[in-house]
Design a protein. Sequence first.
Lengths: 361, 413
Amino acid sequence: MTLLLNEDQRELQRSLRAMFEKQSDSKRVRAVQEAAAGFDAETWAALVKLGATTTLIPEEFDGLGLGLTEASIVLEEAGRVIAPVPVYTTLLASAAIRATGDAALQAELLPRIAAGETIVALAFTEAADAWIPVQPDVTSTAAGAVSGTKTFVRDGQFADLLLVLTASGLVLVDANAEGVTRTPLGVLDASLFATRVDFASAPGRVIAVDDLEGFLTEVDATASVLLAAHQYGAYTRALEITTQYAKDRFQFGRSIGSFQGVKFPLANWAMEAELALGILRQATHLADAGSDEFVRAALTAQVKLQRISAAGAAWMARLHGGIGFTWEHDAHLFIKQAKTAQVLLGTPGNRSERLASALGI
Amino acid sequence: MSEVPTLAESDATSASLREFEARARAFLEEHVPRRGDVVVTDTMGADVVAAEQELQKKIYDAGFAAITQPKEHGGQGLGEAESMIWGNLSAEYAVPRMLIAISHGMCGPIINLLGTPEQKAKYLPDLWRADTLFAQIFSEPGAGSDVAGLQTRAERVEGGWLMNGQKVWTSNAQYCDYGVIVARTNPDVPKHQGITMFIIDLRDPAVTIRPLRVATGERPFNEIFIDNLFIPDSDRIGEVDRGWDAAVAMLRFERISIGTSSTKSTGPQSFEKLAEVAEAAGLLQDPAARAALVEVYVMEQGTDLLAVRMREEVEAGIELGPRGSIAKLAGASANFRLNEISSDIAGLSLVSWDGPGMAYPPLTKAFTGAPSSWTAGGTIEIQLGIVGERVLGLEKDPSVDRGVPFRDIRRSA
């Protein structure tokens, strides 16, 4: 086993960090929010060019054919700058399409996703407790006509295709088809986009999956890791920014980082970051090794990041004092990102229970 | 996946590491019982000490003790990687731990670092072979986190030093032959500048060792009263009044040995054991108990995998530096949290059982013993300071006693 990155992976990390630092600091999030005109197309194009959006697409379908460790690196780096790009959606959709086991579907969609031509969004969520409903209310006919309402469809407004979870299984729906109404939702985290989608007998194509429960378990686990990676990136970046501030800000004739009231939360934060990284790397390592312990490790990573990341962002604002409450400062961006991520896949109660089941208790 | 081999795999030394690992595995399997097969007692009786000492000699003779120590004074002359391999493999076996943790983990290394050639020749070979046992004698009733505030005095006399004072928290001193001790040799200079380190003979009649009873009801530590003990100058370690640097170096050895000792949680507060406790208590369906069990699992994965990752970094030749102290902090912090939530998991069974009052079940015993892990080797607060200052690079706390002669510093009444 290794929880350390190899040289290729470190190189990927370096080139992504350089790209994001040049391309996409928090100004992008702010610009995207002010313009209200969709995601950051320039950063997205740069990511597509690097192949970073294709790490989970096999080489035969024009992807990089890498693993979840590399996908995690992509999201960590995106998380550091809270990049407003549909990279989580794309990596997750690629994994989901592969997990269907449908060879024709993969051959049809994955090259288009790899080229950055097509965005496929997962339309699973119906309620606030968990992103995958146990009993979906949305229905579909044998011919693939979908009816009902999905909510919080990540990047739904940009999607060309929607992979919809219905009471009968999976249906692929053209997002621009008749009977599909997409309404963007208001979101706290300006770096992400979500849509309510109303289906009124919308025409779709049934995607047969032999083991739907197994498919959903794997997709849930993959989503758990991808989100955890994004949370980890933001968590560590917020720590770096706050540590630097604690060194630069002087009060009472001392840098504030010399006060234990500031120093200790930062030290705890650094410790939590180290703990989280081991758990995250273990999860991606097990995924890439094809281990059946992956699901448990993935849920562990999500529970860990869910537990710490919003607290990290809150400490960022708290330790910055007044400046941390201004619109101009990035602390609120980190708070909004982290609080959103904390409930994206399910409430802490839901995630904890999922892990409890995976642990056999 | 990438075909690039990891550092450790591409390194020529990895072949010898694998050979070492195979040898260690074979030795353990043949000579040492599995950990689960023996009853572990935290308070060591004289018979346990004698048996462990015998086993330790066997381990030494096979080449698995003093692994990183130089060959010329009885060590193996190998690297951190071998030491970690042995640590990980032996974690599953009932090798002596408490017996040699201080002798081998702290006292031996400091003598090796600062001792004279005569001291190394006189003390080290017997120490590494566990023929003699050493205690570390730093803490005092008035000097815990601020060890440099110690008040035990050593005054110059003809041919050596005369020592008086009181020490505390000395593990297993009643079984030890020698102690490495720090004492104040000059109270007229700032506190760090007037301390000297010595080796003392614990069998000397001027030394009184008294067991200290702790919250578990056991007596794993001792108080030591020193009344006019003569120490020859040849038993001074390092220079006069430079004992603080020596003590710091020695405590650093301690943090290394605590932080890298294990990568697998197995105790009564492990997820596996706590799940059994919850089941036995009929609490497996209780929502708070389930949430607490999940939290325990996540914490355990965190500390176990951090240890794995740090071990892999060391094996790959990456310098851990002060980041190593994060492992110690994480272990103690997790342990603190475990005590908070063990009641959620065990309910009444944490505080009541069939049998005599002091016959604590394993979880209860771990609960009562936990404060030791929040304190030993530096309190959690001291560890937080270390991580803040040395890992994150934050400014040190200003010291009000800096530059003040020791005799003028305020102390507890």
